[in-house]
Design a protein around this ligand. Sequence first.
Ligand SMILES: Cc1cc2nc3c(=O)[nH]c(=O)nc-3n(C[C@H](O)[C@H](O)[C@H](O)COP(=O)(O)OP(=O)(O)OC[C@H]3O[C@@H](n4cnc5c(N)ncnc54)[C@H](O)[C@@H]3O)c2cc1C
Length: 485
Amino acid sequence: MAATALAKLLPSRCTVALIESEAIGIIGVGEATLPHIRAFNERLGIVEAEFMAATRATFKLGIEFRDWGRVGDSYIHPFGTFGRGSGEVQFHHYYTRLLRAGVPLPPIEHYSMACSLARANRFGQPARDPQQIASTFGYAYQFDAVAFAPYLRRIAEGLGVRRTEGKVVAVERDAQSGDVTALVLADGRRVEGDLFVDCSGFAALLIGQELAEPFEDWSRWLPADRAVAMPCRTATAVTPYTSAIAMPSGWRWRIPLQHRTGNGYVFASDFLSEGAATDALLAAVEGTPLADPRVLRFKAGRRARSWVNNVVAVGLASGFLEPLESTSLYLVQQAITALIELFPEKRIAPVDRDEFNRLINMEYDRVRDFLILHYHATERDNSPFWTYVRTMPIPDSLAEKMALFRRRGRVVKYREGAFLDASWVSVYLGQRVVPTGADPRAAAPSTDSLVAGLERMRGEIAAAVGAMPAHAAFLADYCPMPAAA
Ligand SMILES: Cc1cc2nc3c(=O)[nH]c(=O)nc-3n(C[C@H](O)[C@H](O)[C@H](O)COP(=O)(O)OP(=O)(O)OC[C@H]3O[C@@H](n4cnc5c(N)ncnc54)[C@H](O)[C@@H]3O)c2cc1C
């Protein structure tokens, strides 16, 4: 992703050399994404239908969380808004006002176009006219990460990126500045450069092994440190959403692609062994396994700085937050975008480097809080893992956010970023964090006219959903995978 973006967007500013090792390979998981990937792909000139066919992709309207607040609960974190999302006062303020007044209402997802489409297993492109209810949702993709890497590589090479196959075994540095000057490959070749983008995954070859930039460990808040992954033949409908199903010591993902379904159990090894997690996954999945279960190990956290000297870490080399909200590829994109915006001229200006680190740290910190919310806002007490996360101390930044929501439904605002109001509202309400007070701006209109307005909206949503095709039919028409897949 980094090589393609740099070559495409800064063709006159840099020459890109890409070093990869087939023997080491890529991590090869990372199937669910956030809507921001669409804008990123567009900037690279990627044609959506072609990319989706090549990566056997499906559409993703959000994430279904099952059994998180309590066993038996289910809610969807949608890509889009609740209600129309246009007015100054957000929809959830009116909705929770009615709930507090004792008006019997269905769950808030009934007022979301994305949730309603997902539950109906239908899909269509969002309407362009902002007046239409069908304009109030977005979407992302669920795709085969193993197919995405060579797809991007072909584009990168077409843009002039020089790819070198080989294993980096040594790093040369300038004695005075400490900057990296060249990478040495196992066969003795040297690759020199001015700026090095460390995309070496968990190995963190330059930022970690060579520059020893400290890793901030967040496992006290996000104790899951293992995943066991296994693809299966698809046994049920290809849903336009990812499922995250709570398990006794973590949670399980289900990501339907066109040709298979990705499954995995993310768990905390302090509470469950790898063998027991594998057995639990095998017992839970639907469909015939297509490969043996594979265990991956990780630790939640990030580098104190992702750009140090002339090394910029992107992806797993820079940090990792478990895949609960599909944020890793989003964080990769954000790092690449920031690098392009702050790309050095002749020399690296420390002020640009500091700004990059500020932006990336802010992204990680916000995602961290959002993930912790899912674990902490629970009533589950049926296993040591859930008791730990329910009762653990949380970061002050999250405690303040939760207090503001509980008081009057206020969602801490960001102008941009991964998760805006509707995301937080879906998790708060979906996991029973309910405001006790009202936002004064939502005092009008009268209860009767508000209830009537909500009913009209549900009718509009039902009509718009009914007019859209089944997800499988849309895929078959728009981006069928190659016959041999
Ligand atoms: C369990 C799990 C589930 C995940 N699910 C999601 C998800 O649903 N959505 C999402 O967005 N993300 C997800 N991720 C994260 C996602 O997999 C990564 O963000 C993404 O694959 C990018 O990884 P990367 O390029 O940083 O590292 P890698 O894919 O590991 O690539 C590292 C590259 O560096 C090369 N390399 C390493 N060492 C050397 C060396 N010495 N010499 C030469 N080359 C070298 C390798 O060959 C490879 O090409 C998940 C991660 C895990 C662990």
